[in-house]
Design a protein around this ligand. Structure first.
Ligand SMILES: NC(=O)c1ccc[n+]([C@@H]2O[C@H](COP(=O)([O-])OP(=O)(O)OC[C@H]3O[C@@H](n4cnc5c(N)ncnc54)[C@H](OP(=O)(O)O)[C@@H]3O)[C@@H](O)[C@H]2O)c1
Length: 244
């Protein structure tokens, strides 16, 4: 129960990495406040945690809406009196070749992956400043380290997240911690957000063949949170051994 007493908000907690993080962090004693759009799936995660004796609540939020991020931060603070960690994990992988001009998908990736993270910062930073403690954890991607065909926009959004996270770390000062967790292929529903049918299959195959468990990413989050308060874990890159 190493996270006992910690209050942790997780976006994108209705499936995949966010769901795995919610379950594991709650198992370690954290009170988790979960956000995503799908209320039914969120409620199922909350029920699993409660049945195992954990503390969880959920709010249906869309990270494209700044007010939704403010709402979940207010909810967590009003319920628990403080927030220890804000995990911006919601993401969209609507990858495609640029020639297909799927401009709506580009907009979605920018709005969810970049602006969603910024809105999380805008909502939680004033609270963290007032408390004089707080930890931002952002889910990045190995796509920020290596750009490949079809991933130009996605890679661009995750590169932006990487730069924003590093900028935040430098501005955060001695009271706050800032961590980027950058996964490679992870076995989740990630391929569902790919709108190009042939590419969706390709991404799904890649994930099926070499993807690692989302629990591996959750454990990295726990590692960063468990460090003493003056220890700031900057970035953790976790990929399957089989990933090039
Ligand atoms: N899986 C991989 O191979 C991989 C690799 C590198 C990085 N990542 C990153 O890991 C993060 C989690 O993805 P995942 O792999 O766990 O995929 P996933 O299973 O599809 O989970 C994505 C989560 O984001 C939520 N979400 C999407 N759009 C949202 C919005 N507008 N507002 C609120 N929540 C939203 C989804 O919930 P709702 O649909 O209910 O809103 C879901 O809970 C993403 O940032 C992704 O870019 C994944």
């Amino acid at each position: 129960m190493t996270l006992s007493g910690k209050v942790i908000i997780i976006t994108g907690a209705s499936s995949g990495i966010g769901e795995a993080a919610a379950l594991l962090l709650a198992e370690r004693g954290a009170a988790v406040v979960l956000g995503a759009r799908n209320a039914e799936k969120l409620e199922a995660v909350v029920q699993r945690i409660r049945e195992a004796g954990g503390n969880a609540a959920a709010l249906s939020i869309d990270v494209k809406k700044r007010t939704d991020l403010l709402r979940i931060v207010d909810f967590a603070r009003e319920t628990h009196g403080k927030i220890d960690v804000f995990i911006s994990n919601a993401g969209n992988g609507a990858i495609s070749p640029l020639d297909e001009l799927r401009v709506d998908d580009w907009d979605d990736m920018i709005d969810i992956n970049i602006k969603g993270v910024l809105y999380g910062i805008a909502a939680a930073l004033p609270v963290f400043r007032k408390q004089r403690f707080g930890h931002f954890i952002h889910t990045g991607s190995t796509a920020a380290h290596r750009t490949v065909p079809t991933m130009a926009v996605y890679s661009g959004t995750k590169s932006a997240v990487r730069a924003i996270t590093e900028g935040l770390r430098q501005e955060a000062g001695k009271d706050l911690r800032v961590t980027l967790i950058s996964p490679g292929y992870v076995k989740t529903n990630f391929a569902d957000s790919v709108t190009s049918e042939t590419l969706k299959l390709e991404v799904q195959n890649g994930i099926d063949q070499v993807g690692i468990s989302p629990k591996a990413i959750a454990r990295a989050m726990i590692y960063a949170i468990e460090q003493p308060l003056d220890v700031d874990v900057g970035e953790i890159i976790i990929r399957p051994t089989a990933q090039g």
